[in-house]
Design a protein around this ligand. Structure first.
Ligand code: SF4
Length: 287
């Protein structure tokens, strides 16, 4: 009998890099990476968007599981499940901060409107190959494996099918966003590159990638944004991640004070004393 595949939680027990950790180091802020993934400092505050996004994601995963068997949750069922996840996530995170004029009730009303649109515009049923598929891959030159979870994999024809190697596999990633992403963002997105690379390593087939973006607006919308990756993207990715890994191993953790993340940073207090309380050589380095 085939051994059961390890779950994401089991994969997390061993040393690893995740896409979000690597993205934090490369694209957001190296010092934020240090506080979150190496020092594992307690968050001073948690913007409400975080438990909201995690809860929304959990519900879409349930929706995908149901759709795989030809069913769909109703918008009411999704909102009910969201409320449970959201309240639990807020309780776990503690010290949740809201933007001005926002409240828990507003968040629940926004989620309800979003699920009504998601329910109306859902497009995948029997073509769903997998939901919440964990992966673990090695990359040449990287000190730790990369782990992650593909939200959903579907079979479909896309403009990025490349003939012989193509199995018409599309990795789908669920996203919530304050406003709709620009059309060119998926082409440069690190997550799409990492996940396509991982899928190809695991399955030996070249996938396309689709972001399913739901906007958190008064009138929410859903868009499917497609992209694809080739060998040149993969070569660049390997060089990028190995360079980042070297920086992490060497203890290079610089603040990025023009980062979009500064306004909601959970470690802003730590950061404000960074230059007073420690030198680079005092900082713990990843095992
Ligand atoms: S406040 Fe800005 S610079 Fe400081 S750790 Fe956070 S994101 Fe980085």
């Amino acid at each position: 009998m085939e051994e059961p595949k390890p779950t994401l939680a089991q994969l997390k027990e061993q040393p690893h890099y995740s896409y979000s950790a690597l993205n934090t180091y490369i694209n957001t802020c190296q010092l934020l990476y240090y506080y979150r993934y190496i020092e594992k400092a307690e968050a001073e505050r948690t913007p409400v968007a975080l438990p909201f996004g995690t809860a929304f994601h959990s519900v879409l995963s349930e929706q995908a599981q149901a759709a795989k068997t030809g069913n769909l949750l109703t918008a009411e069922q999704m909102t009910e499940a969201f409320t449970t996840y959201f309240e639990a996530n807020c309780k776990d995170a503690g010290n949740i901060v809201f933007k001005r004029d926002e409240s828990i009730e507003d968040q629940l009303a926004t989620a309800k409107r979003m699920f009504e649109v998601v329910n109306k515009e859902w497009i995948d049923y029997w073509n769903i190959q997998s939901v919440a598929e964990p992966f673990r891959i090695e990359m040449p030159g990287l000190s730790k494996p990369i782990i992650g979870e593909l939200d959903m994999v579907v079979s479909e024809h896309t403009p990025f099918d490349d003939g012989a190697d193509s199995g018409f596999d599309t990795i789908v990633d669920f996203k919530t966003a304050a406003r709709m992403r620009s059309d060119d963002r998926p082409a440069k997105d690190l997550q799409a590159t990492v996940f396509c690379y991982a899928f190809e390593k695991v399955h030996g087939r070249r996938p396309s990638f689709r972001f399913d973006v739901v906007t958190k607006a008064k009138s929410p919308g859903v868009r499917h944004l497609y992209t694809g990756r080739d060998d040149d993207h993969y070569r660049r990715l390997e060089k990028l991640l190995v360079t980042a890994d070297k920086g992490i191993q060497a203890g290079v953790f610089m603040p990025n004070e023009s980062s979009f993340a500064c306004s909601d940073c959970p470690f802003a207090g730590h950061c404000s004393n960074w230059h007073c309380s420690s030198t680079q050589s005092d900082m713990k380095i990843a095992a």
